[in-house]
Design a protein around this ligand. Structure first.
Ligand code: NAI
Ligand code: MG
Length: 362
C-alpha cells in the first residue's frame, strides 16, 4: 500500500508560521504511530508570484490534482494589494478551487469546553457543540445567468439568478450524507421551498438521495427558521446541507457561536477520485493576518484542526483526527492561550510554537 499523499502550500503571512506547527504533528504521527505521509511542499499566493510571476504555477496545479489532499495556509498581504487582478494572490486559491471542482464546502462549528466563555451565547447553549455546515460552493445565485445591471424603462434593474441543476444538488447532497455517515448520522437540509422553485427541487433531490442512505435521519427546514434554530439550540443539529447563498450566511453565523477566527478549520471537497477519496483542499478560515505576521503570535489551531479534518475526511483516520482534536481541547483546558484567545490583561500569551508544542505534548 502506498502512503497517503499530502501537498502543503503554506502561502503568505502567518501561513508558513502555522504550517510549521502542523509539520510537527505530521512528524509526530510518523515517529510515534508509524503513520507516514508522502508530504510535498510548494508555493501559492504572493510568494508564488514573487518567484514565478503567477500566484499558482501550472506544475503546482498539476500536483494538487494528483495528491490525496492539499493543505493550505493563507494567501495575500499588503505587499500585493496593487497587483493586477489577474495575478493577485487570491487568484491562486480560486484557481485551485475551480480546477479541482470543489463543490462541497465544509465548515465545522465546534466549541472547545475551555472557550465556551468566548461565545456571545450562554455557556450551556454552546458547550460541547460540534456541528458541520455543508455549503454548495460552485453554483447557485453567485454564478447563475442572467446576471447584471440592466436598463428597464427609465430606471436600472439589478439581476442575479438562483439556478441549480439536479446533478449539482445530487452531488453536494451525497457529500453531506457521506459526512453524516462518518459523524452522528443526522442530516438537516435547508432551503426556502416555501417561496423558491429551486428550493422545491433541492428538497426533492435531497430526499431522493436520502433513499441511498437509510441509516441517516434526514430532516428539512426553511433556511430562515434554520438561522433561528442555530442561535436558539444549535446542538439539535449534526450535519446541515444548504446552497451557496444560505450556506455563506449560516456558516459564518455558526462559526461565531464558538469564538475566535484562530480556531476555525474548513475543507472543500470535490468528486471522488479513482481511489474513492474525494478531491480535497483543507485550510483555516482565517487569512494571512499581516498585522501579526512574523511575530510568533498566530494561533496555529485553525490550521492544526484543518489537518485533523484531512485525517478524518480524506484518510479515513477518524481516531487520529479525534486524538488531535482532543489534544487541542486539553491544551486549552490547561489554560494555554495565544493572544487571540485572551480577553483579560496581565497574562503572557503563548507563542505560535509554544501552542504547537503543547498540542504535541498533549
Ligand atoms: P485575516 O483573517 O487575515 O485577519 C483578521 C484578523 O484576525 C486580524 O486581526 C488577524 O490578526 C486575526 N487573525 C487571523 N488569523 C489569526 C490566527 N490564526 N491567530 C491569531 N489571530 C488571527 O483577515 P484580513 O485581515 O481581512 O485579511 C488579511 C489578508 O489575508 C488579506 O490580504 C486578505 O486578502 C487575505 N485573506 C486570505 C484568505 C485565505 O487565504 N483564505 C482569507 C481571508 C483573507
Ligand atoms: Mg461569508
Amino acid at each position: 500500500m502506498t502512503n497517503p499523499s499530502l501537498l502543503i502550500l503554506p502561502g503568505d503571512g502567518i501561513g508558513p508560521e502555522v504550517m510549521t506547527e502542523v509539520r510537527k504533528i505530521i512528524d509526530w504521527f510518523g515517529a510515534k504511530r508509524g503513520i507516514t505521509f508522502d508530504v510535498s511542499e510548494d508555493l501559492v499566493g504572493g510568494c508564488a508570484y514573487d518567484k514565478h510571476g503567477t500566484p499558482l504555477h501550472d506544475d503546482t496545479m498539476a500536483k494538487a490534482q494528483e495528491v490525496d489532499a492539499v493543505l493550505l495556509g493563507a494567501v495575500g498581504g499588503p505587499k500585493y494589494d496593487n497587483l493586477d487582478f489577474s495575478v493577485k494572490p487570491e487568484r491562486g486559491l480560486l484557481r485551485l478551487r475551480k480546477e479541482m471542482d470543489l463543490f462541497s464546502n465544509l465548515r465545522p462549528a465546534q466549541c472547545f469546553d475551555a472557550l465556551a466563555d468566548f461565545s456571545s451565547l450562554k455557556k450551556d447553549v454552546v458547550a460541547g457543540l460540534d456541528i458541520m455546515i455543508v455549503r454548495e460552493l460552485t453554483s447557485g445565485v453567485y454564478f447563475g445567468e442572467p446576471r447584471g445591471i440592466f436598463e428597464e424603462g427609465n430606471e436600472r434593474v439589478g439581476i442575479n439568478t438562483q439556478r441549480y441543476t439536479e446533478s449539482e444538488i445530487d452531488r453536494v447532497a451525497r457529500s453531506a450524507f457521506d459526512l453524516a455517515m462518518k459523524r452522528g448520522k443526522k442530516l438537516c437540509s435547508m432551503e426556502k421551498a416555501n417561496v423558491m422553485e429551486s428550493g422545491i427541487l433541492w428538497r426533492e433531490v435531497v430526499t431522493e438521495v436520502g433513499k441511498d442512505y437509510p441509516e441517516v435521519e434526514l430532516s428539512h427546514m426553511y433556511a430562515d427558521a434554520g438561522a433561528m434554530q442555530l442561535t436558539r439550540w444549535p446542538k439539535q443539529f449534526d450535519v446541515i446541507v444548504t446552497d451557496n447563498l444560505f450556506g455563506d450566511l449560516l456558516s459564518d453565523l455558526a462559526a461565531m457561536l464558538t469564538g475566535s477566527l484562530g480556531m476555525l478549520p474548513s475543507a472543500s471537497l470535490g468528486a471522488p477520485m479513482d481511489n474513492g477519496r474525494p478531491k480535497a483542499l483543507y485550510e483555516p478560515v482565517h487569512g494571512s493576518a499581516p498585522d501579526i505576521a512574523g511575530q510568533g503570535k498566530a494561533n496555529p489551531c485553525a490550521c492544526i484542526l484543518s489537518f485533523a479534518m484531512a485525517l478524518r475526511y480524506s484518510f479515513d483516520m477518524g481516531e487520529e483526527a479525534t486524538r488531535v482534536e482532543q489534544a487541542v481541547n486539553k491544551v486549552l483546558g490547561d489554560g494555554v492561550r495565544t493572544a487571540d484567545l485572551l480577553n483579560e490583561e496581565g497574562i503572557t500569551p503563548a507563542t505560535t510554537a509554544e501552542m504547537g508544542d503543547a498540542v504535541i505534548a498533549a
